[in-house]
Design a binder for this molecule. Structure first.
Ligand code: AMP
Length: 278
Protein backbone atom coordinates (compact mmCIF):
# COMPACT_ATOMS: atom_id res chain seq x y z
CA UNK A 1 0.00 0.00 0.00
CA UNK A 2 1.32 3.44 -1.01
CA UNK A 3 2.09 5.81 1.89
CA UNK A 4 -0.31 8.77 1.87
CA UNK A 5 0.85 12.22 2.99
CA UNK A 6 -2.08 14.21 4.39
CA UNK A 7 -1.81 17.95 4.94
CA UNK A 8 -5.29 18.73 6.27
CA UNK A 9 -8.61 17.29 7.44
CA UNK A 10 -9.87 16.78 3.90
CA UNK A 11 -6.83 14.64 3.03
CA UNK A 12 -7.32 12.66 6.23
CA UNK A 13 -10.99 11.99 5.47
CA UNK A 14 -10.07 10.79 1.96
CA UNK A 15 -7.36 8.50 3.32
CA UNK A 16 -9.64 6.91 5.91
CA UNK A 17 -10.57 3.26 5.43
CA UNK A 18 -12.71 1.00 7.61
CA UNK A 19 -11.41 -0.51 10.83
CA UNK A 20 -9.49 0.79 13.82
CA UNK A 21 -7.19 3.76 13.34
CA UNK A 22 -4.12 4.26 15.55
CA UNK A 23 -2.37 7.61 15.82
CA UNK A 24 1.30 8.02 16.75
CA UNK A 25 1.95 11.74 17.33
CA UNK A 26 5.57 12.84 16.77
CA UNK A 27 7.65 15.93 16.05
CA UNK A 28 9.60 14.02 13.38
CA UNK A 29 13.34 13.30 13.29
CA UNK A 30 12.15 9.74 13.75
CA UNK A 31 14.35 7.21 15.54
CA UNK A 32 14.02 3.69 16.96
CA UNK A 33 11.90 5.01 19.85
CA UNK A 34 9.29 6.30 17.42
CA UNK A 35 9.56 3.09 15.39
CA UNK A 36 8.74 0.99 18.44
CA UNK A 37 5.56 3.04 19.00
CA UNK A 38 4.63 2.66 15.32
CA UNK A 39 5.07 -1.13 15.60
CA UNK A 40 2.86 -1.18 18.69
CA UNK A 41 0.22 0.77 16.73
CA UNK A 42 0.57 -1.56 13.74
CA UNK A 43 -0.21 -4.61 15.90
CA UNK A 44 -3.33 -3.03 17.36
CA UNK A 45 -4.95 -1.19 14.46
CA UNK A 46 -6.02 -1.63 10.85
CA UNK A 47 -4.67 1.77 9.80
CA UNK A 48 -1.70 3.61 11.30
CA UNK A 49 -1.42 7.40 11.11
CA UNK A 50 1.85 9.07 12.17
CA UNK A 51 1.68 12.82 12.66
CA UNK A 52 4.86 14.81 12.08
CA UNK A 53 4.43 18.32 13.44
CA UNK A 54 6.88 20.50 15.37
CA UNK A 55 4.36 22.23 17.59
CA UNK A 56 5.34 25.86 18.27
CA UNK A 57 2.84 26.05 21.16
CA UNK A 58 4.89 23.72 23.35
CA UNK A 59 8.16 25.66 23.01
CA UNK A 60 8.79 28.82 25.02
CA UNK A 61 10.63 31.68 23.29
CA UNK A 62 14.01 30.69 24.80
CA UNK A 63 13.68 27.06 23.65
CA UNK A 64 14.79 25.31 20.47
CA UNK A 65 11.72 25.52 18.17
CA UNK A 66 13.59 27.01 15.21
CA UNK A 67 16.57 24.68 15.48
CA UNK A 68 14.54 21.54 16.28
CA UNK A 69 15.64 18.90 13.71
CA UNK A 70 13.37 18.64 10.66
CA UNK A 71 14.12 15.58 8.52
CA UNK A 72 10.83 15.01 6.72
CA UNK A 73 12.16 12.99 3.75
CA UNK A 74 14.00 10.60 6.06
CA UNK A 75 10.86 10.41 8.25
CA UNK A 76 8.84 9.33 5.21
CA UNK A 77 11.37 6.56 4.52
CA UNK A 78 11.04 5.36 8.13
CA UNK A 79 7.25 5.39 7.85
CA UNK A 80 7.34 3.47 4.56
CA UNK A 81 9.69 0.89 6.08
CA UNK A 82 7.34 0.49 9.06
CA UNK A 83 4.22 0.05 6.92
CA UNK A 84 2.58 3.29 8.07
CA UNK A 85 -0.58 4.10 6.08
CA UNK A 86 -0.79 7.88 6.48
CA UNK A 87 1.67 10.59 7.51
CA UNK A 88 -0.17 13.67 8.71
CA UNK A 89 2.08 16.69 8.19
CA UNK A 90 0.10 19.90 8.63
CA UNK A 91 1.50 23.41 8.16
CA UNK A 92 1.86 25.60 11.25
CA UNK A 93 -0.38 28.27 9.63
CA UNK A 94 -3.14 25.71 9.12
CA UNK A 95 -2.95 24.37 12.67
CA UNK A 96 -2.82 27.84 14.20
CA UNK A 97 -4.56 30.41 11.99
CA UNK A 98 -4.73 33.97 13.30
CA UNK A 99 -7.52 34.67 15.76
CA UNK A 100 -7.10 31.50 17.76
CA UNK A 101 -8.26 31.88 21.39
CA UNK A 102 -9.20 28.60 23.01
CA UNK A 103 -6.70 26.06 24.32
CA UNK A 104 -6.40 23.20 26.79
CA UNK A 105 -5.11 23.81 30.30
CA UNK A 106 -3.07 21.02 31.85
CA UNK A 107 -4.12 22.27 35.30
CA UNK A 108 -1.94 22.04 38.40
CA UNK A 109 -0.29 18.87 37.12
CA UNK A 110 1.05 20.90 34.20
CA UNK A 111 2.93 23.22 36.57
CA UNK A 112 4.91 20.68 38.58
CA UNK A 113 8.14 18.71 37.93
CA UNK A 114 8.83 19.16 34.17
CA UNK A 115 6.08 21.80 34.01
CA UNK A 116 7.82 23.91 36.67
CA UNK A 117 10.78 24.31 34.30
CA UNK A 118 8.73 24.70 31.11
CA UNK A 119 5.83 27.06 31.83
CA UNK A 120 2.99 26.54 29.35
CA UNK A 121 4.66 23.50 27.79
CA UNK A 122 2.00 20.97 28.75
CA UNK A 123 -0.85 23.31 27.80
CA UNK A 124 0.77 23.44 24.36
CA UNK A 125 1.16 19.66 24.24
CA UNK A 126 -2.43 18.93 25.27
CA UNK A 127 -3.81 21.53 22.88
CA UNK A 128 -2.02 20.06 19.88
CA UNK A 129 -2.82 16.48 20.91
CA UNK A 130 -6.53 17.31 21.24
CA UNK A 131 -6.44 18.98 17.82
CA UNK A 132 -4.68 15.94 16.33
CA UNK A 133 -7.29 13.66 17.93
CA UNK A 134 -10.11 15.74 16.42
CA UNK A 135 -8.48 15.86 12.98
CA UNK A 136 -7.38 12.21 12.76
CA UNK A 137 -10.22 10.76 14.88
CA UNK A 138 -8.20 7.73 15.99
CA UNK A 139 -9.56 4.81 18.02
CA UNK A 140 -6.26 4.56 19.87
CA UNK A 141 -3.09 6.59 20.23
CA UNK A 142 0.41 5.55 21.29
CA UNK A 143 2.79 7.68 23.38
CA UNK A 144 6.23 6.96 24.84
CA UNK A 145 6.95 6.42 28.51
CA UNK A 146 10.09 8.50 27.78
CA UNK A 147 7.85 11.54 28.26
CA UNK A 148 6.19 10.11 31.35
CA UNK A 149 4.51 13.29 32.57
CA UNK A 150 3.16 13.95 29.08
CA UNK A 151 1.72 10.43 28.99
CA UNK A 152 0.15 10.91 32.43
CA UNK A 153 -1.39 14.24 31.36
CA UNK A 154 -2.77 12.77 28.15
CA UNK A 155 -4.42 9.99 30.15
CA UNK A 156 -5.79 12.71 32.47
CA UNK A 157 -7.12 14.74 29.50
CA UNK A 158 -8.79 11.66 28.00
CA UNK A 159 -10.47 10.91 31.35
CA UNK A 160 -11.35 14.50 32.25
CA UNK A 161 -12.73 15.44 28.82
CA UNK A 162 -14.31 12.03 28.05
CA UNK A 163 -12.34 11.50 24.86
CA UNK A 164 -13.31 8.17 23.22
CA UNK A 165 -9.70 7.15 22.57
CA UNK A 166 -7.63 4.37 24.08
CA UNK A 167 -4.15 5.50 25.16
CA UNK A 168 -1.23 3.08 24.98
CA UNK A 169 2.21 3.71 26.49
CA UNK A 170 5.40 2.34 24.92
CA UNK A 171 8.62 1.58 26.81
CA UNK A 172 11.66 3.84 26.39
CA UNK A 173 14.08 2.64 23.73
CA UNK A 174 17.74 3.15 24.68
CA UNK A 175 21.19 2.98 23.12
CA UNK A 176 23.18 -0.09 24.22
CA UNK A 177 24.99 2.10 26.79
CA UNK A 178 21.70 3.24 28.35
CA UNK A 179 21.21 6.69 26.76
CA UNK A 180 17.50 7.16 26.00
CA UNK A 181 16.96 7.82 22.30
CA UNK A 182 15.89 11.39 21.59
CA UNK A 183 15.70 13.56 18.50
CA UNK A 184 17.83 16.02 20.48
CA UNK A 185 20.73 13.54 20.96
CA UNK A 186 22.10 14.62 17.58
CA UNK A 187 23.05 17.96 19.19
CA UNK A 188 25.41 16.23 21.63
CA UNK A 189 29.17 16.38 21.07
CA UNK A 190 31.19 13.30 21.98
CA UNK A 191 32.04 14.73 25.40
CA UNK A 192 28.43 15.94 25.93
CA UNK A 193 27.28 12.42 25.20
CA UNK A 194 29.55 10.99 27.91
CA UNK A 195 28.08 13.46 30.41
CA UNK A 196 24.53 12.71 29.17
CA UNK A 197 25.04 9.04 30.09
CA UNK A 198 24.98 10.13 33.73
CA UNK A 199 21.21 10.52 33.53
CA UNK A 200 20.42 6.88 32.81
CA UNK A 201 23.22 5.75 35.13
CA UNK A 202 21.76 7.78 38.00
CA UNK A 203 18.27 6.38 37.35
CA UNK A 204 19.56 2.79 37.34
CA UNK A 205 21.51 3.35 40.56
CA UNK A 206 18.47 4.91 42.22
CA UNK A 207 16.14 2.16 41.03
CA UNK A 208 18.37 -0.47 42.66
CA UNK A 209 17.54 1.01 46.09
CA UNK A 210 14.44 0.35 48.19
CA UNK A 211 13.25 3.43 50.10
CA UNK A 212 12.31 6.76 48.53
CA UNK A 213 15.03 8.60 50.51
CA UNK A 214 17.72 6.07 49.46
CA UNK A 215 16.54 6.09 45.87
CA UNK A 216 16.71 9.88 45.67
CA UNK A 217 20.05 10.13 47.50
CA UNK A 218 21.73 7.42 45.42
CA UNK A 219 20.61 8.91 42.11
CA UNK A 220 21.58 12.41 43.31
CA UNK A 221 25.11 11.20 44.21
CA UNK A 222 25.63 9.89 40.68
CA UNK A 223 24.37 13.16 39.19
CA UNK A 224 26.57 15.24 41.52
CA UNK A 225 29.65 13.22 40.52
CA UNK A 226 29.19 14.35 36.90
CA UNK A 227 30.43 17.82 37.83
CA UNK A 228 29.45 21.21 36.39
CA UNK A 229 28.97 19.97 32.80
CA UNK A 230 25.68 18.48 33.95
CA UNK A 231 23.26 21.28 34.79
CA UNK A 232 20.45 19.56 36.69
CA UNK A 233 16.89 20.89 36.54
CA UNK A 234 15.31 18.25 38.76
CA UNK A 235 15.43 14.73 40.11
CA UNK A 236 11.97 13.62 41.25
CA UNK A 237 10.44 10.41 42.58
CA UNK A 238 6.75 10.67 41.83
CA UNK A 239 3.43 8.88 41.58
CA UNK A 240 3.12 8.03 37.85
CA UNK A 241 -0.51 9.14 37.67
CA UNK A 242 -0.26 12.50 39.46
CA UNK A 243 3.44 13.37 39.27
CA UNK A 244 3.38 14.31 42.94
CA UNK A 245 6.48 13.41 44.97
CA UNK A 246 5.98 10.17 46.89
CA UNK A 247 6.52 9.95 50.65
CA UNK A 248 8.62 7.41 52.59
CA UNK A 249 5.62 5.12 53.16
CA UNK A 250 4.45 5.08 49.53
CA UNK A 251 3.79 1.65 48.04
CA UNK A 252 3.35 0.70 44.42
CA UNK A 253 4.65 1.94 41.10
CA UNK A 254 6.70 5.13 41.10
CA UNK A 255 8.61 7.07 38.45
CA UNK A 256 12.12 8.36 39.04
CA UNK A 257 12.48 11.25 36.61
CA UNK A 258 15.38 13.53 35.77
CA UNK A 259 15.98 16.55 33.54
CA UNK A 260 19.30 18.26 32.93
CA UNK A 261 21.10 20.44 30.45
CA UNK A 262 24.30 19.21 28.87
CA UNK A 263 25.91 21.95 26.79
CA UNK A 264 23.00 23.59 24.95
CA UNK A 265 20.86 20.46 24.98
CA UNK A 266 18.15 19.72 27.49
CA UNK A 267 17.58 16.03 28.16
CA UNK A 268 14.95 14.15 30.15
CA UNK A 269 14.76 10.52 31.21
CA UNK A 270 12.91 8.35 33.70
CA UNK A 271 12.51 4.81 34.98
CA UNK A 272 9.53 3.07 36.51
CA UNK A 273 10.10 1.17 39.73
CA UNK A 274 8.01 -0.58 42.36
CA UNK A 275 8.11 0.38 46.02
CA UNK A 276 7.21 -2.58 48.22
CA UNK A 277 6.44 -2.60 51.92
CA UNK A 278 9.37 -4.05 53.90
P1 AMP B 1 8.74 13.47 19.99
O1 AMP B 1 8.88 13.33 18.52
O2 AMP B 1 10.03 13.61 20.72
O3 AMP B 1 7.70 14.49 20.40
O4 AMP B 1 8.18 12.07 20.50
C1 AMP B 1 7.04 11.49 19.91
C2 AMP B 1 6.66 10.28 20.71
O5 AMP B 1 7.75 9.37 20.76
C3 AMP B 1 6.32 10.63 22.17
O6 AMP B 1 5.21 9.86 22.58
C4 AMP B 1 7.57 10.25 22.90
O7 AMP B 1 7.34 9.90 24.25
C5 AMP B 1 8.03 9.05 22.10
N1 AMP B 1 9.46 8.80 22.28
C6 AMP B 1 10.47 9.69 22.22
N2 AMP B 1 11.65 9.10 22.51
C7 AMP B 1 11.38 7.80 22.77
C8 AMP B 1 12.17 6.67 23.14
N3 AMP B 1 13.49 6.76 23.30
N4 AMP B 1 11.54 5.48 23.33
C9 AMP B 1 10.20 5.38 23.17
N5 AMP B 1 9.39 6.40 22.81
C10 AMP B 1 9.98 7.60 22.62
Amino acid sequence: MELIVARNREDLVKARRGGDVALVPTMGALHEGHRSLIRQARVRADQVVVSVFVNPLQFSPNEDFSRYPRTFDADLDVCRAEGVDVVFHPAVEDMYPPGRQVSVSAGEMGNIVEGAFRPGHFDGVLTVVLKLFNLVRPDLAVFGQKDAQQLALIRRMVADLDLPIEILGGPTVREPDGLALSSRNRYLSESDRRVALTLSRALRAGAAQFDPSQIRATAQDVLDAAGPELDLDYLALVDPATFREVGESYEGTAVLAVAARVGDTRLIDNVTLTLNPH
